[in-house]
Design a protein around this ligand. Structure first.
Ligand code: AMP
Length: 213
């Protein structure tokens, strides 16, 4: 099973990707997570990616494609995977398609988690993160027990730079210009499925489960 998750930043595709991975026993492959792990470990790749990520811009295709193809060539991806945050541009999608075609393989579904921009901005400006232990909260949906303090480690919670309204607007612009064309790309290939991402998490997952059944 090879699945691509599509959707704007903050649409909840990461949460759904993790739920799919757990239920169907395939790895969750997130290019954003791979970049963040590299930043944390201070690698050269991490330093390069950070320059773009901090501004809400996309990391160049060449770099991104290389790390993704390396990742999906690993043993645990043999039975399939859920891609979260890749592809984000048409050239990335074309490279992936070519790599799969060479293996006589293809993507089964591209699932678009659809959420209007207004909802995204509201959701992201309510997010709070603990920079010490990595826990995340939402002032309305997942509030900490004590306002502004992490339940897990007691550190102060912050609004991350990439969740600030200006950066969110940038990321949405980038999404509309560079990533949204993928919806058409996969629709033409007959593998696009759309779910309503404004619904509660479990309901969205129910819709995805029905698609994959
Ligand atoms: P994410 O966690 O998927 O929202 O990714 C966080 C950031 O990592 C994005 O805003 C981009 O700067 C970068 N990134 C992740 N995946 C890609 C990709 N496929 N192409 C280019 N940049 C990416």
């Amino acid at each position: 099973m090879k699945i691509i998750m599509l959707g704007a930043p903050g649409a909840g595709k990461g949460t759904q990707a993790k739920m799919i991975a757990k239920e169907y026993g395939v790895p969750h492959v997130s290019t954003g997570d791979i970049f963040r792990a590299n930043i944390k470990n201070g690698t050269e790749l991490g330093m390069e990616a950070k320059k773009y990520m901090d501004q809400g811009l996309l990391v160049p295709d060449e770099l991104t494609v290389r790390i993704l193809l390396d990742r999906v060539a690993q043993e645990d991806c043999k039975r399939g995977y859920v891609l979260d945050g890749f592809p984000r541009t048409i050239p990335q999608a074309e490279v992936l398609e070519q790599a799969l075609t060479e293996l006589g393989d293809q993507i089964d579904y591209a699932i678009d988690v659809d959420v209007p921009d207004e909802n995204i901005i509201k959701r992201m400006s309510g997010r709070r993160a603990c920079l010490t232990c990595g826990a995340t909260y939402h002032i309305e949906h997942i509030p900490p027990r004590q306002e502004g303090i992490c339940d897990t480690c007691g550190s102060p919670l912050v609004l991350r730079d990439d969740d600030k309204p200006e950066t969110v607007k940038n990321r949405l612009d980038v999404y509309h210009k560079q990533t949204q064309p993928l919806i058409d790309f996969y629709a033409k290939k007959g593998v696009l499925r759309t779910v309503d991402g404004t619904k509660p998490m479990e309901e969205v997952f129910g819709a995805i489960r029905a698609i994959l059944a």
